[in-house]
Design a protein around this ligand. Sequence first.
Ligand code: PAF
Length: 282
Amino acid sequence: MKLIHNPAEWNPLWLNHLRTNQQIGLVPTMGALHDGHLDLVKKSREECQVTIVSIFVNPTQFNNPEDFNKYPKTIEQDLAKLALAGVDYVFLPSEQVMYPAATGLKFDFGALEHVLEGKFRPGHFNGVGIVVSKLFHMIRPHVAFFGQKDLQQVAIIKRLVNDLSFEVNLSIVPTRRELDGLAMSSRNLRLNPEEREKALLLIRSLEKARAELTKGTDWKIIKEQIEADFNAEPLARLEYFDLVHPDTFDTYSIFDPAKKSSICVAAFMGDIRLIDNLPIIS
Ligand code: PAF
């Protein structure tokens, strides 16, 4: 496994792989790697001859500086996991490489960036759009792998690729869960044991809502019930629990089994903000 720190190191390698007709898969990450990331690596190794994983904690996508400063950094363990997983390259750019000068670039993703994550984390998707564009330009992969857990990020990146004509295919990998159902996330490392236990409220509420929808219960009633469940848990603070179209993120007030839908949730457990989602109609 070779470590790459800047495009100058990568460019001749990229050219060699291109000349030998090898497909390059990119797995963009912010480190603190868990089995969900390793699923992306596995998929890339199945689909491509070359896998490069980027690790960069991107400052421009954090709307909360404390969240950025406290983002878990586990680089030694990350590199050991990636070597074991058979990764070919790890791209470890410095902030200077990614942002040689402060950027004032502004994307407009329309309605997509004003609801759910976009509403509660203003500027977040702009930062994601900037860093993912930079990674696509620097690495020039044939395929890029993202997790379904960040469903709205997937919708944003699809829009980015479409609107800016990036020649990259996107491969979306299902959410990896702990044995008890909690969606794997780097932020789980920051939960204390009590918060970790209560964090199951997210997946349990998604599953409860899905079961109620199947029984024909009105979405409005389901949502009120879930909000009451969160209010009853002192450690939890619900930000949103919405039924949406998974591509446009239009929110539904009535469930229609003929339309694509997913339920998305974001909530704090103590100080840690968690998100999760469950597809209902794909
Ligand atoms: O999903 C993430 O870890 C990040 O948002 C990404 C795509 C690596 C961009 O920094």
